[in-house]
Design a protein around this ligand. Structure first.
Ligand code: F0G
Length: 371
């Protein structure tokens, strides 16, 4: 006999997003309406090529955050920021963005049914990201200035009017983003020895470090990673020790001259015994191509800054080949790949030779492919 099918919501997937998964470590209560697109739970991919490059005592993993619902790590913070905004009965949120924050804020605001206002630096964000903010019906204003100018405007507006700021200055953003470090530890069964990541407005390095320290305090891990952050050379205020007035780089996501979480980034660096350094656009492009061609992982240029940094440090002999007997185990390095390559397809096309045109006949095609 056939079973009758009731029209119910599918119950098949148990995964409910980062807030439900890590509820005990997050400032939410039964009163918080959870706004989620089932973000998080992203893969930690072993990189054969990078592991070999570092040497036999190292394993390199890629935390592919581009597989979040809107294509970047921002969703982890946005589920928290928008859920808390709803708890506070907010009607509107606003952010300044180099693209990914706005894409995420726009999508989560739609889920919550609240207005989303976005200020972007005019002409300086990747097309994929702009299309996301627009299609999710955010009110997008292109500011005739850079990200730092847009951020100070949004800060002023949200201080004066009943609009919630959802940049990473909003503490709930940091709370949500710290879940990525929990996932890494849960997956490896321990903390990595090193974590390499891009640094822009510096919220993410702040969040990861907060997460690792919390897991350590809760005795979920017995050690802490060294935090290795990388800025783009043309936008490297923390490395150079002063704000950059006109930041430049092909990695538009991290084209930021005066990071909001500057001090917290330095704290993560210093407390962990790590470093914050910079990589050139050339190094970023090389790493971008290596990830795509060797590991099959397509990221946006800002994300490739982490791998560019890893390769730079490796070239300088930073990763010491300790004999196995002295540590008893392999050292683990995790590179954070913050956003998907499809966010910025223009950059991919510009970095590689265009396809060759051939005549539309079998002979011509076979000749080209060598058969
Ligand atoms: N990688 C990507 C892909 C980003 O979009 C960002 C920041 C970063 C790295 C740097 O993270 O700012 O926490 O240090 N994007 C922000 C935005 C600024 O507006 O989307 P951070």
């Amino acid at each position: 006999m056939r079973k009758s099918h009731k029209a119910t919501k599918p119950q098949s997937h148990k995964y409910k997003g980062v807030i439900e998964r890590y509820r005990q470590y997050l400032p939410v209560s039964s009163k918080t309406p959870i706004v989620t697109l089932l973000e998080g739970n992203t893969p930690l991919i072993y990189s054969c090529y990078l592991s070999k490059t570092l040497g036999k005592n190292f394993e390199v993993y890629l935390k592919y955050e581009g597989l979040n619902p809107t294509g970047s790590f921002k969703d982890r913070g946005m589920t928290m920021a928008i859920s808390k905004a709803c708890e506070q009965k907010a009607k509107a949120v606003a952010c300044a963005s180099t693209g990914n924050t706005s894409a995420s804020a726009a999508a989560y605001s739609v889920r919550a049914g609240i207005k989303c206002i976005v200020l972007i630096p005019k002409g300086a964000i990747a097309l994929g990201k702009l299309s996301q903010a627009l299609i999710h019906n955010a009110q997008v204003l292109a500011v005739d200035g850079n990200f730092d100018d847009a951020l100070s405007l949004v800060r002023e507006i949200t201080e004066k009017y009943p609009i919630v700021l959802v940049n990473s200055l909003n503490p709930y953003r940091i709370e949500g983003q710290k879940t990525a470090s929990f996932e890494i530890c849960d997956c490896l069964g321990c903390a990595p020895d090193f974590q390499v990541m891009p640094v822009g407005n510096a919220g993410n390095i702040t969040a990861y470090w907060k997460g690792y320290k919390l897991y350590y305090a809760k005795k979920k891990i017995t050690g802490l990673p060294k935090m290795l952050g990388f800025q783009a050379a043309g936008s490297a205020p923390i490395v150079r020790g002063h704000p950059i007035k006109n930041p430049e780089t092909i990695a538009t996501a991290i084209r930021i001259g005066n990071p909001a979480s500057w001090k917290h980034a330095e704290q993560a660096r210093d407390e962990s015994g790590g470093l914050i350094d910079m990589v050139s656009d050339k190094e970023i492009t090389q790493a971008y191509k290596i990830l795509a061609a060797r590991d099959g992982v397509f990221v946006e240029p800002a994300s490739a800054a982490s791998v560019a940094g890893l390769l730079k440090l490796s070239g300088k002999g930073y990763f010491k080949q300790r004999p196995r007997s002295s540590t008893g185990r392999t050292q683990r390095v995790v590179c954070i790949l913050t956003g998907h390559g499809l966010k910025d397809p223009d950059r991919a096309i510009k970095s590689i030779k265009p396809p060759k045109t051939v005549k539309s006949n079998l002979k011509a095609v076979l000749k080209e492919i060598g058969y």
